[in-house]
Each structure stands twice: as structure tokens, then as C-alpha cells.
Design a protein around this ligand. Structure first.
Ligand SMILES: *[C@@H]1O[C@H](CO)[C@@H](O)[C@H](O)[C@H]1NC(C)=O
Ligand SMILES: *[C@@H]1O[C@H](CO)[C@@H](O)[C@H](O)[C@H]1NC(C)=O
Ligand SMILES: *[C@@H]1O[C@H](CO)[C@@H](O)[C@H](O)[C@H]1NC(C)=O
Ligand SMILES: *[C@@H]1O[C@H](CO)[C@@H](O)[C@H](O)[C@H]1NC(C)=O
Ligand SMILES: *[C@@H]1O[C@H](CO)[C@@H](O)[C@H](O)[C@H]1NC(C)=O
Ligand SMILES: *[C@@H]1O[C@H](CO)[C@@H](O)[C@H](O)[C@H]1NC(C)=O
Length: 219
């Protein structure tokens, strides 16, 4: 029996593409084996195998399987066959490479579904009125913008955008509050939230929430 060490799998050539609220990660599958990154032969590579890679990378669910062109890089194993519930590609069945053949490389497209966050506004001490043009608040009143998202992914943070500025707060229970002690005229503008999912390898960004148009009125 041979002893092998695998530290991690990676999905390279990651590119972020926005598609109907999803952020996608796609790439060729590589596995670290015997001190080098090796590709995986695409023989027998299918959706179930791709699912194990997406789970292992914590990139959500696979949306497609891809194949990359022939090459001469070192290949890990041939005919990788997963049953879908493995926690790592290394637990899947596989065959030794028959070195004389040319191979294509296995790839995946994984999707991290991030919904559009929602935004709300409150004024703890009153002074907030919803008018036809948006939220109107009396100058000097305190106000709080809250962002929330329905996501099973953590850890994350929210970014509040307004007037060319952005503030960040960590997400606690998938929401965050941005408190302002006193409304000033400079606070007027459009406010919207974005959720950022922080994974070790990269940050995924949600679409922007609907905006709230914020108007400051005199005392
Ligand atoms: C999957 O990928 C193949 C090749 O890139 C493409 O032709 C096909 O349309 C994709 N299918 C889906 C559902 O995205
Ligand atoms: C690939 O693996 C499956 C299951 O392990 C096996 O049934 C099949 O014969 C293998 N195919 C090749 C070409 O090695
Ligand atoms: C996956 O599920 C099958 C039954 O569907 C089971 O036989 C197998 O042991 C499971 N494998 C793992 C790694 O949990
Ligand atoms: C947020 O603001 C900082 C400056 O405070 C800026 O460097 C950064 O690029 C902004 N981020 C985004 C996503 O706009
Ligand atoms: C987060 O949610 C859990 C369960 O709903 C609750 O027990 C906990 O107090 C919440 N934490 C915060 C900081 O709101
Ligand atoms: C806010 O958004 C509205 C449209 O929703 C736009 O007409 C207005 O110019 C924006 N205001 C600022 C300060 O960006």
C-alpha cells in the first residue's frame, strides 16, 4: 500500500461572472499530490464528481461540468468516480493513469447563490416620514440603516453605499445595522446594501439591494 498526502484541492482560473443573482466560480480542477499541483483526467468526469469538488471548496453547488483541452501536465488519477456524498475528491474511486494516452482536464463551474439583500431604515427617536420621493428625516434626528440577507453562507459582512462613500459592518445573524447619531444635510442621497461572503480563497459579492432615497428636512 502506498502512502499519499493530499492537502487540498483547488479550482483555478476562477472568474467571477454575475448571472441572475449568482456569483460563479469556474475552473480546471487541480489537486495537490506529491508536492505538485496535478490536473484530473476528464475521463468519466461528471456532475456528481463536480458536486464533490464544489462542496469541498465550499463553493455551493455545481451548475455545470467543463472539460479543458488536451495537455501534457501531470495528471492525478484517471476515471474518478464519486458517489456524491464524499467530503473530498480523494475519497472517490479512481484508476491509475495509463500514461501513454492524452487526456483532457476535468473542470467545474460552482455557484454560490447570494440573494439580493434587503435594506430598511428606522429612526429610534422619531423624525422619520415616508414621502413620495423617499424617506424624509428631520435634521439632527438619529437614524439606523439595517441590511439583511437570507443566506446559509457565513462569514460575511455588509457594505452600505451612499453618496460615493461606503461603510462596512460584519454580518451577525445575516444582518447588520449602521447607526448615525444625527442627520446632517450631507447625509442625503441614495442608500443601498451589498453582502460580501468572505471565503478563504476569495470574496463573493451579492447584487445591490434596492435603494432608499433619503432626504433631510429642516427642524
Ligand atoms: C454547460 O457547459 C457547456 C460547455 O461549456 C455548455 O455548452 C452548456 O450550455 C452548459 N450548460 C449549462 C446548463 O450551463
Ligand atoms: C471507471 O470506474 C468505474 C467504477 O469504478 C468502472 O466500473 C469502470 O470500468 C472504469 N472505467 C475505466 C475505463 O477504467
Ligand atoms: C455515500 O452513500 C452511499 C449510499 O448512497 C454509501 O454506500 C457510501 O458509503 C457513502 N459514502 C460516504 C463517503 O459517505
Ligand atoms: C469603499 O470605500 C473605500 C474608501 O473608504 C474604498 O477604498 C473602497 O474601494 C470602497 N469599496 C467599494 C467596493 O466601493
Ligand atoms: C442570532 O439568532 C439566534 C437564533 O435566532 C439568537 O438566539 C441570537 O440571540 C441572535 N444573536 C444576535 C446577536 O442577534
Ligand atoms: C437617487 O436615485 C434617484 C432615482 O432613484 C435619482 O433620480 C437621483 O438622482 C439619485 N440621487 C443621488 C444623490 O444619487
Amino acid at each position: 500500500m502506498t502512502t499519499m498526502t493530499y492537502t487540498h484541492v483547488r479550482c483555478v482560473l476562477c472568474s467571477v461572472v454575475r448571472l441572475a443573482g449568482s456569483t460563479l466560480c469556474s475552473g480546471r480542477v487541480e489537486i495537490y499530490h506529491r508536492n505538485s499541483w496535478r490536473t484530473v483526467s476528464d475521463d468519466g468526469w461528471d456532475f456528481t464528481d463536480a458536486q464533490v469538488v464544489c462542496n469541498e471548496l465550499d463553493y455551493g453547488t455545481p451548475v455545470n461540468v467543463t472539460h479543458f483541452g488536451e495537455g501534457s501536465g501531470e495528471i492525478w488519477f484517471d476515471n474518478v468516480t464519486c458517489s456524491g456524498n464524499e467530503t473530498s475528491l480523494t475519497e472517490c474511486r479512481r484508476s491509475e493513469i495509463k500514461s501513454s494516452r492524452l487526456h483532457k482536464y476535468a473542470g467545474v463551474i460552482c455557484s454560490v447563490p447570494l440573494q439580493q439583500p434587503s435594506i430598511s431604515l428606522t429612526s429610534p427617536n422619531g423624525g422619520l416620514v415616508w414621502g413620495p420621493e423617499g424617506a424624509e428625516i428631520t435634521k439632527g434626528s438619529s437614524f439606523v440603516f439595517s441590511c439583511s440577507i437570507n443566506s446559509r453562507y457565513t462569514p460575511g459582512r455588509f457594505r452600505l453605499f451612499f453618496s460615493g462613500v461606503n461603510l462596512t459592518e460584519p454580518a451577525v445573524n445575516h444582518s447588520a445595522s449602521f447607526s448615525f447619531p444625527a442627520a446632517e444635510y450631507e447625509h442625503r442621497g441614495n442608500y443601498s446594501c451589498v453582502y460580501e461572503l468572505l471565503l478563504p480563497s476569495r470574496t463573493f459579492t451579492s447584487l445591490e439591494s434596492a435603494p432608499i432615497h433619503f432626504i433631510i428636512t429642516c427642524e
